[in-house]
Ligand binder design. Structure first.
Ligand code: COA
Length: 450
């Protein structure tokens, strides 16, 4: 299989990757909402949170005669916390499953995770899907299950949300509501940051993942980024504590005008000192009343919660959400448990130096968010259904700290050699081959290179 890096400016790559995504979704999740090419393009380029990420897709054979994609992966390499982890989503065309596509993509991804200095893969797959079965067979351990639920507005009893809002409001004296459309207004950035920090209390995809630390700057740069580029409409309702003026609760929801019958629930949180006043229900019921007038075409709203998140699930069930199968399943797999690809360059522990890559397309670290997105990707908001915006996990946590030491790579000496000759590690076969072909080659040992 020929695996190439996702290029957001290659319309053919987008067409093939979208075919893979659509076919996998039709097979594994026929009742869920579709994803538009534009959403996929932004997702593969920057994910939901605009953390550094990269995507790769594989074609049959050598990729010259057949560029159709058999599968793809998206990998997020958090730069602010959980910097030992990579978050990975594998998608395989159902017509190509079981032919080694999953294995080839996982091996490639593990190589890229290693090149980015990651030790653990957090993997996401639809429960019961062929990819989930493959991950189990590859030794991945299931961690968190994220159950999806749908609220069908067409069958909601008339006045239901108004009644719920009034009931919740009776327990929420001393709070006022604010709302906004689109990106977070400047005066609310700090409040939204506080509430995203409160999201750390939601169950996380794996034990030991660090908490996200949000501030106003991070909200401005990353939280609203993909919704802007995907062109979706974002709705936010928040509760403000009258005495302190603090933002204490919020809920966010997005609608893609290309698929107006689906709404996508975003984060909902209440800050710890203010829990128990039914503020979660208050902001969500108010949101639904607003949506009825602002987005009358919306028929169903999709949300997703860790199966152990009883407090959020209680609110959603009160609103009338029903389970939608299949859930998303998180897995964990040490990178070291995945065999390297033939010819993959391995890190030499304890030495430092920049990381080359065996594939010239992979010479750089994961692209920072948004890199390479073309024109025309503007608008107010983002959907979180694919996968549903997860609880805070890799990419959403932990105070700065020093970046991990840059790895030293055996195999290639970083930068041009002082003699102008390519330096290759003491590697007899490669040395003999290169010499025989007339390449200017010298032998170098790992301790030479650094
Ligand atoms: C889910 C959440 C928004 C609900 O908050 P809320 O609206 O204040 O909850 P309620 O007022 O309905 O609380 C009902 C009861 O559960 C308790 N409760 C609510 N959230 C709780 C939590 N995270 N931990 C412990 N108890 C909690 C309340 O104190 C209250 O107890 P009481 O009946 O004895 O008074 C809140 O728990 C939260 O912010 N969780 C973290 C973020 C999160 O999980 N978001 C969803 C991600 S998918």
């Amino acid at each position: 299989m020929h695996i190439v890096r996702w290029d957001p400016d290659d319309p053919e790559a987008l067409r093939y990757c979208h075919e893979v995504e659509r076919a996998a979704q039709r097979a594994d999740d026929p009742s869920g909402p579709p994803m538009t090419p534009r959403e996929l393009r932004v997702f593969l380029s920057e994910g939901w949170e605009a953390n550094p990420c990269e995507a790769w897709h594989g074609s049959p054979g050598n990729g010259r005669t057949d560029r159709t994609a058999s599968g793809l992966y998206w990998m997020e390499v958090p730069d602010q916390e959980n910097r030992d982890r990579a978050r990975l989503l594998l998608l395989v065309h159902p017509a190509c499953g079981g032919r080694g596509v999953e294995r080839a993509l996982l091996r490639h991804a593990a190589g890229r995770a290693r090149a980015n200095g990651r030790a653990v893969l957090s993997l996401l797959a639809r429960q019961g899907s062929p990819v989930a079965a493959f991950l189990r067979s590859a030794g991945a351990t299931p961690t968190l299950t994220e159950v999806r639920r749908v609220l069908d507005l067409r069958t909601a009893p008339p006045g239901h949300f108004t009644t719920l809002r009034e009931t919740a409001a009776a327990k929420a004296a001393g709070y006022s509501l604010v709302s906004w459309l689109g990106v977070t207004p400047e005066p609310h950035l700090a409040g939204v940051a506080q509430l995203l920090n409160a999201m750390n209390d939601a169950p996380r995809e794996a034990e030991g993942t660090q908490e996200a630390v949000w501030d106003a700057g991070r909200v401005r740069q990353r939280h609203d980024s993909s919704m802007v580029k995907m062109g979706t409409r974002g709705y936010s309702v928040a509760a403000v504590h009258d005495v302190t003026g603090e933002m204490t609760a919020f809920t966010q929801l997005e609608v893609n005008p290309e698929i107006p019958e689906w709404g996508h629930q975003g984060p909902t949180a209440v800050t710890r000192p203010h829990r128990g006043h039914r503020l979660g229900l208050l902001v969500k019921a108010t949101m639904l009343e607003w949506l009825a007038t602002a987005e009358p075409a919306v028929e169903r709203i999709l949300t997703g919660n860790a199966d152990s998140n009883q407090h959020m699930i209680a609110v959603n069930e009160a609103l009338g959400y029903d389970v939608l199968a299949p859930p998303w399943q998180w897995f964990e797999l040490p990178v070291a448990a995945v065999p390297g690809e033939p010819g993959e360059l391995r890190r030499v522990p304890g030495l430092t130096g920049p990381a080359p890559a065996s594939d010239p397309q992979a010479r750089t670290q994961a692209r920072p968010h948004g890199a390479g997105l073309g024109p025309g990707l503007t608008g107010p908001s983002r959907p979180r259904h694919w996968p549903h915006r997860p609880g805070p996990g890799p990419g959403l946590t932990g105070p700065g700290g020093r970046p991990p030491p840059r790895p030293h790579w055996a195999g290639l000496r970083p930068g041009p050699s002082p003699t102008g000759r390519v330096r290759i590690m003491h590697f007899c076969g490669l040395y003999a081959f290169a010499s025989a072909k007339g390449f200017p080659v010298t032998k170098a040992f790992p301790r030479d290179s650094g």
